[in-house]
Write a protein that binds this ligand. Structure first.
Ligand code: PEP
Ligand code: MN
Length: 295
């Protein structure tokens, strides 16, 4: 089947050569069902509109102090959405699993003190209710993208959902996973490209930048990029982040830590706070160059 020409005029010559699925293949997330882009509202913040929205914070909430120091810098940088995992999906059962509900409480405390909106992961269907009491956005992690009971539970919740692409999932599978959430009545889904497994070993994953224009051509959902998990190394994060903004991402999810070398999870990819501040300023220039604002 042929993809209708990508909606942007920027590559008219090659657009007709791009093949993919019919947008009507996706009953609810497909452009066929809704022409206008979905804009997800988190308080006054709009994801999927003209702004590029930066969500940042530690991979895992480790302590009050760690979260407070991070939050202070983020606030100074104009960031409005704080990330932090309380229930962590770890490859090894012996690694730090997160603070659980105690982590959610710390998130609530910092949210109140600094006025952030917060995003955190719901690892299982039974956690959706608890996490919803604290989170402004429910994160569904890469490893959970095809946890269908979890998708259905998130679909029943009233909270916006950030659905991360499975590390071994095609875009079609990602769109169909989002379809589960919409089918349960929750239209507020944000997709997240966070890198996929390839044969390349110098990066943790391979960032699939073409996911951005393809998502926009086939679906009406916003898509953000997570350059931290996509690259796995803090030295590479700025390059991937800038490329994502230039390619039209609606937002970024970035891991930062006050002492990255001591982070209990994802230490190699966590940005130093000072590097994060510098990066945000650079990203703002890129956003401006393509007619968007960023924070
Ligand atoms: C995370 O955001 O910390 C995380 C676990 O991400 P992913 O699900 O993309 O691996
Ligand atoms: Mn992480």
């Amino acid at each position: 089947m042929y993809l209708p020409a990508l909606s942007h005029n920027w590559c008219e010559t090659s657009a007709s050569d791009i093949r993919a699925l019919d947008p009507n293949h996706f009953k609810l997330v497909g452009k066929g069902s809704k022409k206008e882009p979905t804009r997800v509202h988190i308080g006054p913040i709009e994801i999927g509109g003209s702004e590029v929205v930066v969500m940042a914070g530690p991979c895992a909430i480790e302590s009050r102090n760690q979260l407070l120091i991070t939050a202070k810098t983020l606030k100074e940088s104009g960031i409005r959405i704080l990330r932090g995992g309380a229930f962590k999906p770890r490859t090894s059962p012996y690694d730090f699993q997160g603070l659980g509900e105690e982590g959610l409480k710390l998130l609530a405390e910092v949210k109140k003190e600094y006025g952030f909106f917060v995003i955190t992961e719901a690892l299982s269907p039974s956690l959706v209710e608890l996490v919803s009491q604290y989170a402004d956005i429910l994160q569904i992690g890469s490893r959970s993208m095809q946890n269908f009971p979890l998708l259905k539970e998130a679909g029943k919740s009233k909270k916006p959902v950030l659905l991360k692409r499975g590390m071994m999932a095609t875009l079609e599978e990602l769109f169909l996973a989002a379809e589960y959430i919409l089918a349960e009545g929750n239209p507020n889904v944000i997709l997240c490209e966070r890198g996929i497994r390839t044969f390349e070993k110098y990066t943790r994953n391979t960032l699939d930048l073409s996911a951005i224009p393809i998502t926009k051509a086939l679906t009406h959902l916003p898509i953000i990029v997570d350059p931290s998990h996509a690259t796995g190394y803090r030295e590479l994060v700025p390059y991937a982040a800038k490329a994502a903004v230039a390619a039209g991402a609606d937002g970024l999810l970035l891991e930062v830590h006050p002492s990255p070398l001591e982070a209990l999870s994802d230490a190699p990819q966590s940005l130093y706070l000072s590097d994060f501040q510098k990066l945000v300023n650079e990203l703002e220039l890129i956003a401006k160059a393509i007619g968007r604002s960023l924070r």
